[in-house]
Design a protein around this ligand. Sequence first.
Ligand code: NAD
Length: 499
Amino acid sequence: MTELTHYVNGEHVAGTSGRFTEVFNPATGEVQAKVPLASKDEMDAIIAKAAAAQPGWAATNPQRRARVMMKFADLINTHMDELAELVSREHGKTLPDARGDVQRGLEVVEVCMGAPHMLKGEYINDGGPGIDLYSMRQPLGVVAGITPFNFPAMIPLWKMAPALASGNAMILKPSERCPSTSLRLAELIKEAGLPEGVLQVVNGDKEAVDAILDNETIQAVGFVGSTPIAQYIYGRAATNGKRAQCFGGAKNHMIIMPDADLDKAADALVGAGYGAAGERCMAISVAVPVGEKTADALIERLVPRIEKLKVGPYTAGEDVDFGPVITAAAKARIDGLVNSGVEQGATLVVDGRDFTMQGYENGYFVGPSLFDNVTADMDIYKEEIFGPVLSTVRSESYEDALDLVMTNQYGNGTSIFTADGDTARDFAAKVNVGMVGINFPIPVPLSYFSFGGWKKSAFGDLNQYGPDAFKFYTKTKTVTARWFSGIKEGGEFAFKAMD
Ligand code: NAD
């Protein structure tokens, strides 16, 4: 069986903890590799190596660092199909979807080619008589990225590109379920010219994460994953004096107004609800049609579209709509939640529970399910299902629909489908959610904006990628400078306001 490694100082290094976990092929249920789980001692030693490499990288001028990003982007493009295959093999998503995963990460690398512009400070000439003030943005030192299973290329790239372009070294701890893409990206960025030790990929579980959180060298932690872990990591990192931004789970609603184009809304819901088997933090998992007639007409349009969806392994070709979920445990949890929806009184309009894939009986396939008449007290509404399950909560008015979104504990993404600009504007202005789509189902901002949710979907005060990332990965130093024309008048001891 393939034994995966860590990637330390530009080389693959075997784990020495003696602890491993299995990496499955979600389509077959077979174990395809084992991945080492780093111990605290291993992690501390690797962090020390990153600390040794970081000052040289920080002293490399920003434009040269940006050139590494240019070459890296070029290599990602050249290896797009290979990277997508790596993603699909461990995650199970379709190849076109996996290419999207790589592409949305690549776009953040592209923005980091312009990092020097983002790293400029501010300057005022003659802020006082003969006094100039200027600020600089300096790297933090060694930072860490801890990433989830569901975007094995995109999220590691969101973490590493701005952190490295800003002059930091990074410890990347990818998901132990999908570690291979990060290891390959580390090889490619080395080929692009990144000095050894500046990016270390360390595989592991809670022990490795806790070692990062307690290590004094680590200055900042960027996390993406489920809400309980995000909150835990944010708390422990902050207690240890680190900067932290921790992005968590979601329950994203789409409001469908009576004047919406219902065919377009149904198409959007099917893509956003079932794409990647619903394993996206920006998936739409709740449809909120306004008015009984809208709801009936929407369900009528959704059912045939959902029944047509093709579920299968990524190897079955490009017309598969979505693949298996990540683990047997995830499948069992999703099935359990669908059962709970039925028990708690929701109407199961499309039932995906008994789906089996011929020839892949041991794979973690879950068929698409659609619920109608869901209410806010049901588990299928309260929990992030993270599977191919769409819940419909019927709403009597726009105000009720807005209130539902506003009172949900999560605030990652949301969307409204309407033909009315006034309603759309009102929604965008009032809703307490970080990313809003108007007639657009998955409003992941482009890479020169920043990505982040509100409420229990994010802990910390800056978003990831875009301008916020450069603020997160640098600290500001401000210099007040006066050059005397000649020392004639002796020292000045009063603390004066500028005059
Ligand atoms: P997860 O929280 O289980 O794991 C994320 C990372 O945390 C992994 O690297 C894992 O090894 C580590 N981890 C897990 N348990 C830990 C523990 N007890 N202590 C310390 N570290 C631990 O999440 P996942 O299942 O890999 O990913 C799915 C979740 O991520 C979903 O909730 C999804 O909504 C969320 N997500 C959020 C965003 C976002 O930007 N908001 C993006 C993608 C995914």
